[in-house]
Design a protein around this ligand. Sequence first.
Ligand code: SME
Length: 137
Amino acid sequence: YNDAISVDERLQTVCEILRNEITYYDWVGFYFKNGDKEELILGPYAGAPTDHTVIPFGKGICGQVAVSNKNFVVPDVAAQDNYIACSINVKSEIVVPLFVNGKNVGQIDIDSNTPDPFTEEDERFLEFINSNVAEIL
Ligand code: SME
């Protein structure tokens, strides 16, 4: 019966728990590479709906992480020129790539309405979340 819970439902729960439990996580979502296409597709998320359900590689913070394979911490989104705004309330963002067998298959994306809230602890924590998510994909 546990198998009746789909991957999307599990990821939805992960998003909701993170958003509910961590005060400065205001939007939490997963983006995944769309097969062989050079674009990201929005997966499960918690927070305000976004128009950015498809993001080309290289575009915005998310699109840059799809190419760099590295964490991207943005203390102040207003200081970024390659940034896609989802909400005027967002002040900062962190994107951590999601690796399956060493391959970057997507990412977790967190938006915060608080300026400069993310530390290395968030990076390590979100890497840990992603390594566990990789096991259920
Ligand atoms: N801000 C992101 C776009 C996704 S929204 O945050 C949900 C970016 O610049 O890639």
